[in-house]
Design a protein around this ligand. Structure first.
Ligand SMILES: [Zn+2]
Length: 231
């Protein structure tokens, strides 16, 4: 039974946190840009909600599909590595024991103690010891495609919902002004939040998010205006 870990290290949450914030960021930028483009092309509040809603669903599905495919291939690679390790342990246990002892030595243990530790780990769970020390695969960090896909879709949808809420909350007459302003404020806030949670400087992250998100929104707005003028 693994002892319960008391203090929480930021690194433990970094992985999924970063993915969640990036997903929300994608949702926010792509949907806010889409809404600005439709608005610049002359779309009314209903057109914005339809386009934004479709963008949210399409984006969430594509994020989920992409994440599922990429994490599945990682899971496949992990499973293949573990299967080969299991075979090697069955074919030549003595060589595997020596290998595990050398890994302990490389971590700083003296020769005799390294062998003793390798023998104890092997007796306890040889595959688990080799997976962790040789392949870097641990139970906590195993690839979980479905979990990753759902988390990614949820993150995208939550980011995409923000500018849509602005569309619902703001009177149509003020949409053209408040939608870009509101979306930009959300972007900068998300950037600062991501930095805060990751222990990084907030201002720089906020400015970076504002700059690139602002560029995406401005570019889509310009394209929408062009299409609107051509239409
Ligand atoms: Zn091995």
């Amino acid at each position: 039974m693994r002892p319960r870990h008391v203090e929480a290290h930021r690194i433990e949450h970094a992985g999924w946190l970063r993915a969640a914030v990036l997903g929300a960021n994608d949702g926010l930028i792509s949907t806010a840009s889409l809404l600005l483009g439709v608005s610049a092309a002359g779309g009314d509040a209903r057109a914005l909600l339809v386009a934004g809603g479709a963008g949210l669903v399409a984006g969430a599905f594509s994020m989920a599909a992409g994440e599922y495919v990429s994490v599945s291939s990682q899971a496949d690679a992990e499973a293949a590595d573990l299967a080969r390790e299991r075979r090697e342990l069955a074919d030549d246990p003595a060589a595997e024991l020596r290998e595990l002892a050398m890994l302990q030595q490389a971590r700083g243990l003296p020769t005799a103690l390294a062998l003793q530790v390798a023998q104890a780990l092997t007796a306890h769970d040889a595959l688990d010891a080799h997976a962790r020390d040789e392949l870097g695969i641990t139970a906590q960090a195993r690839a979980r495609p479905l979990q990753a896909a759902l988390a990614s879709a949820a993150a995208f949808a939550s980011g995409a919902a923000l500018p849509l809420l602005v569309c619902v909350a703001v009177p149509e007459a003020q949409l053209r002004v408040l939608l870009p302003l509101g979306s930009f404020a959300l972007l900068v806030s998300l950037g600062a939040l991501a930095a805060q949670l990751g222990g990084a400087p907030r201002l720089r992250a906020a400015l970076r998010m504002g700059l690139w998100g602002g560029l995406a929104m401005a570019g889509t707005w310009a394209a929408g205006a062009l299409f609107g003028a051509a239409g």
